[in-house]
Structure formats: structure tokens, C-alpha cells
Design a protein. Structure first.
Length: 253
């Protein structure tokens, strides 16, 4: 678990305010892949519960795990009663109960690669489903993106997280699908994309940036300066490409 992975608690309220939830299409996709009712699930790195709510409102009994107490406190304010919370990093979870679904929403890249897939497999029922989803937020207008990059450049060259296994962005199968294909515990690995377009005000977009780990690692004075410079180059509203890349796999019986 990296320092960047533990940086979000200081902005838990902003994370809840400025990060969008997940669409019904995500639940429908996972359910169709499972081919049977989803009754129990364990969530890795639940944060403030953006994905937790999606699965819980469909009657799934979710155990939401996260190492950050501030994030879990925000989650508990937002989620229904059929959610159990556990303060723990994924690496600290001990095999015990098995679940029909184990999933991570914009969180799997924070887990340690050592033993990642054997741990997931140990938490799944035979035939159970693993799901991971996420994707970068990209400004739809290239001119606006160029202006933001220039404003950010003195402090930060890139705010994206590189592929954990080095898979280039043009590769047909992206991470973690690349690792799942090699993992002996899984079969039927699939990759899907849910198209999503968002419109934010300039202030909302900067609010979103305030929850991104690359900015959270900057000294406070630099962080405030870069946010001010980005805000100055933005139009009143911005269009965002926020496609959700979904990876699914099934635990071998």
C-alpha cells in the first residue's frame, strides 16, 4: 500500500462531492456476466462508497473495506443498512467468508501486486466473479487540455496513473485484464467499456482535481497555486470523457 493510496482521507468530503457515482449499466454488466443473482460482495478500497451504493441498492450484501478511517466515515454516512464496513487494506484481509463477487472501483491499482490474485481467489466462492472498473478523466476539448497541461506543467507533468504492469494504452487488453489472463485462478476474462460523458463547471473540475493523488502529493502552497492557474485557463464549463473500463473474470471451480 503506497503513500499515495493513503492520501485521500484528508479530502474525503471533496471526494464525495466531486467524484461522480457509477451508472446502472455497471451493475447490469456485472450481473449479466455472473449469470446468477449476486447476493454477497466484498469491495476493495471502497472510498466514500460511490460503487458501494450501486450494488447495495440492488440488494447485494456488501462488505466495504478501506484502510482510511476518514473515507469509511464518509461512506457510512452515505450507504444503506445492508453494507458492512471493515477498516483494512486489501493486503490485511484474512481468508474466511467467501463472496459471490469481489470488486474494486478505481482502487485496484493501489493494491500490492505480490499475491494479489491468490488473495482475490481466496475471497471468492468457486465460480464467483471478480470485477474491476475505472478509467481516467480526460478533457474533451484538446485546446482546453493543452491549456490545462501548460498551467500544470511547472508543478506536475502528468496527473495520470501509469499502467501498473506497463501495458501501453494502445494495447487491446488493458491492465488488470493482462494480469488476469495469466492468473491461474481465473477464467473467462473480459474487457468492456461503458461510455460516459460529463459536464462540469470549472470550479467542479478543479474540485475533482483536488481529490487526485498526484495533486495531493504536492506541497500545500504548490497545490493551491496550480489549482488557481488551472482555474484561470478553464472556460465556464468543461466537457469530460469519463469512460469506465470494466474487467471481469470468473474464479475457477
Amino acid at each position: 500500500m503506497s503513500v499515495r493510496a493513503l492520501s485521500f482521507g484528508v479530502v474525503a468530503e471533496a471526494y464525495e462531492r466531486f467524484r461522480p457515482g457509477y451508472p446502472e449499466e455497471l451493475f447490469d454488466l456485472v450481473l449479466a456476466y455472473a449469470g446468477r443473482p449476486l447476493r454477497t460482495a466484498l469491495e476493495i478500497g471502497a472510498g466514500t462508497g460511490k460503487a458501494t451504493r450501486l450494488f447495495a441498492r440492488h440488494g447485494v450484501a456488501v462488505t466495504a473495506t478501506d484502510p482510511d478511517p476518514a473515507m469509511l466515515a464518509e461512506l457510512r454516512r452515505q450507504v444503506p443498512a445492508n453494507v458492512t464496513t471493515v477498516r483494512a487494506a486489501f493486503e490485511d484481509l484474512r481468508p474466511g467468508e467467501r463472496y459471490g463477487l469481489v470488486y474494486a472501483a478505481a482502487a485496484l491499482h493501489w493494491t500490492s501486486p505480490d499475491g494479489r490474485w491468490s488473495r482475490v481467489a481466496a475471497l471468492l466462492e468457486p465460480g464467483g466473479v471478480f470485477a474491476s472498473c475505472g478509467g481516467p478523466y480526460q478533457l474533451a476539448d484538446p485546446a482546453v487540455e493543452k491549456a490545462v497541461h501548460a498551467a500544470r506543467a511547472p508543478f506536475l507533468d502528468s496527473d495520470e496513473i501509469p499502467s501498473p504492469d506497463g501495458t501501453p494504452p494502445e494495447h487491446e487488453m488493458q491492465w488488470p485484464g493482462t494480469e488476469l489472463l495469466r492468473a491461474e485462478w481465473f477464467t473467462d476474462v473480459r474487457q468492456s467499456v461503458i461510455k460516459r460523458r460529463l459536464t462540469m463547471t470549472a470550479a467542479e473540475y478543479v474540485g475533482h482535481l483536488s481529490t487526485v493523488s498526484a495533486y495531493l502529493q504536492l506541497p500545500a502552497a504548490d497545490r493551491e497555486q496550480v489549482f488557481g492557474q488551472v482555474l484561470r485557463v478553464l472556460p465556464e464549463t468543461v466537457d469530460i470523457v469519463a469512460d469506465i473500463v470494466v474487467h471481469l473474470a470468473r474464479r475457477r471451480p
